[in-house]
Design a protein around this ligand. Structure first.
Ligand SMILES: Cc1cc2nc3c(=O)[nH]c(=O)nc-3n(C[C@H](O)[C@H](O)[C@H](O)COP(=O)(O)OP(=O)(O)OC[C@H]3O[C@@H](n4cnc5c(N)ncnc54)[C@H](O)[C@@H]3O)c2cc1C
Length: 414
């Protein structure tokens, strides 16, 4: 098949974020073709995570030493503040942790992908899957002019993040996985990096904010950067909310209103904002209430990265996990495709053999045997127990503060 002149690729990848780009890069290095469809005018059009540990996969995908070359090394400390900032406990990470600008980080993926011949199509919004005999064989997408096109392949990798455009079509319930989060970047912030070198997390229970009593439990965060800049924000923790009668799910307007109050008044947290400039502020979602139950929601489709809720929910770190997950699945499917390449001509005719019930089960088992899967699953179990205890059972500032020693012991395991 003449790949150049056709609309067929081994991998049809939805979304040019860290997961989609890692999958494309991995497949290209193994000699297979992929197309990445991205709805924005460039990869990762909106900034997301801007801090991660310098794990070997970052060198492998982006080049040796790339992260330190663009990053600012943090000391790895995390300070956890109890409600109303009455008590603190500090924990430390083992690995070197760097902060960087999203644009420098994500553009490097694009550079590597381009050099390897991965086809990147921007301004292309994927709208739905295409099926043949119950197997997903491609997707339909809309370009900037509103025209609908089709692209076919051996595997569709849904890497569209919390939107999960294809996963949603096959029953993945993102309303149960997504948590609203505010991302905000500030400059001229009121802190001294020597006195505040750690990441700071402020735990807020339900019922304590007199300006919004029914607001869900949440965590306000402050990540110090160089030159008195900081990344700050508010993560709503929704996992316990379905079982909490005292919580109302807020709309975006209410979340922003509460966020403004917290910036203005919250003990310990509001001090950072005195006379600062707000350079970026946006409300978005992060799927870290729940991991997806299936990674292959239909034969022919794999959901990866945020689309699968594959995030460490403590600290909401998903960059490393989405890269590892994407590399693993792209590599595993490539191995099977190679067997077909040896024996047959490539095309969608092989998809029925590639996506049998047994193969899907084997893929899932192999992934679930991986260290990264076990780590993420463990973190979800841990945070489930932690949030049940703190946010559901104890709930308010008085009660949480009384049990802080116990809570600190749990935080030391995160
Ligand atoms: C505020 C915030 C702070 C965070 N902080 C950290 C951190 O410090 N450290 C960390 O490790 N992680 C952090 N994360 C998490 C991390 O950013 C994500 O886990 C990671 O970006 C997931 O990568 P992804 O490729 O799966 O999804 P995304 O990065 O969300 O990429 C999805 C891509 O798909 C595109 N897309 C969506 N719909 C369509 C469609 N229909 N058609 C075509 N394209 C589509 C989007 O435009 C986007 O480019 C943070 C996230 C947020 C929101």
């Amino acid at each position: 098949m003449d790949i150049e002149n056709s609309n067929f690729y081994n991998f049809v990848i939805v979304g040019a974020g860290p997961a989609g780009l890692t999958a494309g890069i991995t497949a290209a290095r193994l000699g297979l073709t992929s197309i990445i469809l991205e709805r924005g005018g460039l990869a990762g059009p909106k900034p997301r995570g801007e801090g991660m540990a310098n794990m070997p996969i970052v060198d492998e995908i982006l080049g040796e030493g790339y992260l330190p070359s663009i990053g600012f090394k943090s000391n790895g400390g995390r300070v956890w503040h109890s409600p109303n900032d009455l008590q603190i406990t500090t924990t430390y990470r083992k690995e070197d942790h760097y902060f960087f600008e999203w644009r420098k980080f994500i553009d490097r993926f694009t550079e590597v992908a381009n050099a390897l011949g991965v086809k990147l199509l921007f301004n292309s919004t994927v709208i739905e899957p295409i099926e043949k005999h119950g197997i997903t064989i491609g997707v339909k997408y809309k370009n900037m002019d509103g025209q609908i096109h089709e692209v076919l392949g051996n595997a569709v990798l849904d890497c569209s993040g919390f939107e999960g455009v294809i996963g949603k079509r096959y029953g993945i319930d993102y309303t149960k996985m997504n948590c609203p989060i505010i991302k905000c970047l500030i400059s001229n912030a009121n802190f001294n990096i020597k006195e505040n070198p750690d990441l700071e997390f402020f735990l807020l229970g339900n019922g304590d904010l007199n300006y919004s009593r029914e607001f869900p439990p949440c965590v306000a965060y402050f990540f110090p950067l160089e030159n008195r800049r900081a990344e700050v924000g508010l993560m709503l923790r929704m996992a316990q909310v379905p079982n909490m009668k005292t919580v109302m799910i807020p709309d975006n307007e209410e979340i922003l209103r509460v966020w403004n109050e917290i910036k203005e008044n919250y003990p310990g947290f509001s001090v950072f904002f005195k006379n600062c400039n707000i350079d970026y502020e946006e409300i978005t979602s992060l799927p870290n209430a729940k991991i997806a139950e299936k990674f292959v929601p239909n034969p022919g489709v794999v959901i990866l990265g945020d689309s699968a809720g594959f995030i460490n929910p403590f600290g909401s770190s998903g960059l490393y996990y989405s890269m590892e997950m994407a590399k693993f699945w792209a590599g595993m499917i490539t191995q099977d495709l190679e067997d077909f390449i040896k024996s047959k001509k490539l095309g969608i005719e092989i998809n029925e053999n590639l996506w049998t019930f047994n193969k899907i089960e084997n893929y899932t088992i192999k992934f679930e045997e991986q260290h990264i899967y076990k780590e993420v699953k463990h973190m979800y179990n841990l945070i489930g127990a932690f949030e049940y205890k703190i946010f559901n059972r104890l709930r308010t500032s008085d009660k949480i503060n009384k049990k802080w020693d116990y809570i600190a012991s749990l935080l030391n395991q995160a």
